[in-house]
Design a protein around this ligand. Structure first.
Ligand code: NAD
Ligand code: ZN
Length: 274
């Protein structure tokens, strides 16, 4: 699909100005890699006889009550992620990073590591909701980030064995290790989630390119608002209308590029990076 004339105009202008680009990605960019978004029905998990939504499972409160269940849910999700491969959307953003270098920042809500596996650099990627590749101590005892222990192949429902439990125990304080992810009842910070760095990048952006984000979380919406009020160009790639597409449509330099990430990003990147 050829770029719409207004979209091309916006991208040409950004390219000509040599300004900074921030790409903000959400679960939608990984949907075509087979990783369910949180709003799909695949997110359910049964504890006892009750169905739980991700918004309940991915909380500190649930981890305090049922750490083993929360781990089983994550190990199931991480298993799905391990078998997924990056798609044309992730690859296009890597081409953009390589073309722009220090003028590019990737802010991702995804914990799936697909941006990294496509070739995105660690230093220019802010994983604002954490990263499935890492764990840390749930008591914050100071062991820092550790690689996710390899518990081998697991069935979706299999309970944690004593060996699994041991590998998920902090060697320093003997508490539970936890996934290095931001839970719904926790706050953003700089140390784990690059909160201030993200706001700084947003304030300096000449273009905000939003991809596959529903706008249900706090920091991404702040990034959108900052860019909107600061006069940045704003392009939203999503098959569905969402709060970012509304911002883009209200913006003097905005465009809602309706469609999937893999269909729309290659051409958008081509226009920005040549
Ligand atoms: P979301 O599930 O709330 O919304 C996904 C968005 O992607 C929707 O707006 C949808 O219309 C759009 N979308 C669907 N298919 C698409 C496609 N092919 N191309 C482009 N867009 C598409 O996701 P969210 O906004 O990222 O927020 C939910 C939270 O869930 C985040 O905190 C994130 O950390 C977490 N999460 C992460 C993953 C992952 O790591 N892959 C997966 C699910 C949820
Ligand atoms: Zn510890």
């Amino acid at each position: 699909m050829a770029l719409e004339p207004r979209l091309r105009e916006i991208l040409d202008e950004v390219r000509g100005s040599g300004g900074r680009v921030v790409a903000l990605t959400g679960a939608g960019i990984s949907a075509e890699s087979g990783i369910p978004t949180f709003r799909g029905k695949e997110g359910f998990w049964v504890v006892g006889s009750r169905n739980h939504m991700p918004q309940e499972m991915a909380t500190h409160a649930m981890f305090l009550m049922e750490p083993g269940e929360v781990w089983r849910w994550y190990l199931h999700r991480f298993g799905v992620v391990r078998h997924a491969a990056p798609n044309a959307g992730h690859e296009a953003l890597v081409r953009l990073e390589r073309a722009l270098g220090g003028r590019f920042t990737l802010v991702t809500q995804n914990i799936d590591g697909l941006h990294r596996r496509a070739g995105a650099s660690e230093s220019r990627t802010y994983s604002i909701h954490g990263d499935a590749a890492w764990v840390r101590c749930s008591n914050d005892c100071g062991v820092g980030l550790l690689p996710l222990p390899d518990l081998g192949p697991r069935d979706a429902g299999s309970p944690l064995s004593a060996g699994d439990r041991a590998r998920l125990t902090c060697t320093r304080c003997k508490g539970w290790l936890r996934p290095h992810v931001l839970w719904f009842d926790e706050c953003y910070d700089e140390e784990n989630y690059r909160f201030e760095s993200t706001l700084r990048a947003a304030a300096q952006a000449d273009l905000l390119l939003v991809v596959g984000t529903s706008g249900a979380t706090n920091l991404p919406m702040r990034v959108g608002q900052l860019c909107f009020s600061g006069g940045s160009a704003l392009v939203d790639v999503n098959p569905e209308e969402n709060p970012f597409s509304e911002l883009a449509e209200r913006s003097a330099r905005g465009f809602f590029a309706r469609g999937s990430a893999s269909a729309r990003l290659p051409e958008i990147v081509e226009a920005l990076a040549g």
